[in-house]
Design a protein around this ligand. Structure first.
Ligand code: PA5
Length: 463
């Protein structure tokens, strides 16, 4: 099971000025936290609360449908191409990067056991889109276009390019290469999919993009590349039981949320660094950054007061970023809480040969790379504590479906609890919508004429 070590955020280790008297704070917030957990669990089935993500681990129906579709298209495609952005891409990227064999797309079909390669187009860089289209044979590619709203300009523009190419190459049969994941009833993609007859999956109501990784948004691509989605679900169900515990002393999501909230609001640590010590978890940081930023960065609180609140998440990778960011974290402004993710057991044990014994690097021989990476995680934590910098460490037993799902789901619950502590709406994103609307206006979408006019005026001054 996932574990949390928060000792290095305690004042006993890093001093009163920067650390918390953690067990005292658990006592102080015992009732608040218990009420938050009860309230989240009571509200989770109510429409409009945006808490349906808490039920995704139990969604047997979606699991059945995605598995059925994956088996229907088995061996038909060499590639899966996911079109999506933000919450419609980052969960998929995080999970596939973590769970597929490293360098999956470079393996031979035999090494992949006939399973397809997978690509995510989550940006609109013309060079990278056309570059990818040059290396993909679209006839052998299943395109999964994912957008909850159904009209996000980035995703839909990619889709328009690719649909056009597919139709030119395949004629009327092009539809077989498209599967759309979108809202059940609303949005342009839903309308198009119904008109054109695409196979579709839906993003459930009351599940926001950044909380959608365990809906069809993630599960479909995972099933297509052969990940064990039953084990993902088992991981969520098991940790969900623990995270329903209203006692903060027993609930690591509540502990993580409270510690980060207090370090921000009492000790000025308003930057939150996510630093897994595993390349396979690199995109978990990207996913977390969106989750934490979009959920907690808000202008108004739930009482309608202007607060402009929210910790700033930063992604880092251990050990790589020890050689890039740690200098700043140790000696620069003491305004961060650093969360490490430590992998207890890697799939591989890689021994360093006993060579060059007569040199200064001889001490490495006979050790393993596994020892080295975890020694670096531990020593970085200690050195940060020497500089009175707060850190916490989540330990994951190994990177597999079961344990990774627990980590991601726990981080979602941690975010929801933090949102309640900050007293903000964790599940909206007016700041994102604003930028989306400006783009629509600028690109001449009907209905946005007035904003286009005022936007052009502002741009003359600001650009
Ligand atoms: O978390 C969110 O809500 C956003 O990041 C969205 O996922 C992102 O803007 C893409 O939206 P959509 O899925 O509607 O295309």
């Amino acid at each position: 099971m996932l574990k949390l070590n928060f000792k290095n955020s305690d004042s006993a280790i890093i001093g009163e000025e920067n650390g918390l008297n953690i067990y005292q704070e658990f006592e102080n917030y015992r009732e608040t936290i218990s009420n938050i957990i009860k309230s989240l669990n009571q509200r989770k089935d109510k429409p409009g609360q945006w808490l349906q993500w808490m039920n995704l681990g139990y969604n047997e129906e979606t699991v059945w449908y995605v598995k059925e579709f994956a088996s229907l298209v088995e061996n038909r495609f060499e590639n899966v191409l996911v079109l999506g952005i933000g919450g419609s891409a980052l969960g998929g990227l995080a999970v596939t990067e973590a769970l597929l064999k490293p360098y999956w797309n470079l393996l031979t079909p035999e090494q992949r056991k006939g399973l397809p390669r997978i690509f995510f187009l989550d940006n609109i860089d013309p060079d990278s889109i056309s570059g990818l289209l040059q290396v993909l044979d679209l006839k052998k590619t299943l395109v999964n276009v994912i957008t909850k709203s159904g009209d996000t300009a980035e995703t839909m523009s990619q889709f328009m390019i690719i649909k056009d190419l597919l139709e030119k190459e395949l004629g009327d049969n092009y539809r077989r290469n498209i599967v759309a994941t979108t809202d059940k009833k609303m949005g342009i993609l839903r309308q198009l999919a119904d008109q054109e007859g695409y196979k579709t999956f839906f993003v459930p109501d009351d599940v926001g993009g950044r909380f959608s990784v365990f809906s069809a948004v993630g599960l479909l691509p995972f099933a297509l590349v052969g990940l064990d989605i039953d084990q993902l679900m088992n991981g969520i169900k098991d940790i969900d039981l623990e995270l329903k515990n209203t006692d903060i002393n027993q609930n690591i999501a509540a502990q993580g949320a409270l510690i980060q909230y207090l370090l921000d609001t009492k000790k000025g640590k308003n930057l939150s660094v996510m630093m897994p010590y595993s390349s396979r978890l690199k995109y978990v940081s990207d996913w977390f950054v969106q989750l934490w930023a979009e959920s907690l960065g808000k202008e108004f609180n739930n009482n309608g007061e202007k607060v402009n609140i929210g910790p700033t998440p930063i992604k880092a990778l251990g050990a790589t970023d020890q050689h890039s960011q740690i200098q700043l974290y140790n000696e620069g402004p003491n305004n961060k809480i650093i969360t490490f993710i430590r992998v207890e057991n890697f799939d591989t044990t890689l021994e360093i040969p006993r060579i060059f014994e007569y040199t200064g690097i001889g001490y490495l021989g006979g050790k393993t790379i596994n020892d080295l990476i975890n020694a670096e995680a531990d020593s970085t934590r200690v050195s940060l504590a020497d500089y009175s910098r707060p850190t916490m460490t989540f330990s994951i037993e190994k990177i597999d479906e079961y344990n990774l799902a627990q980590l991601l789901y726990m981080l979602e619950v941690q975010t929801a609890i933090a949102g309640e502590l900050y007293n903000i709406n964790t599940f909206n994103q007016p700041g994102v919508e604003q930028a989306k609307n400006y783009t629509y206006a600028l690109m001449g979408r009907a209905g946005y004429e007035e904003s286009a006019h005022s936007l052009r005026e502002k741009m003359e001054v600001r650009n």
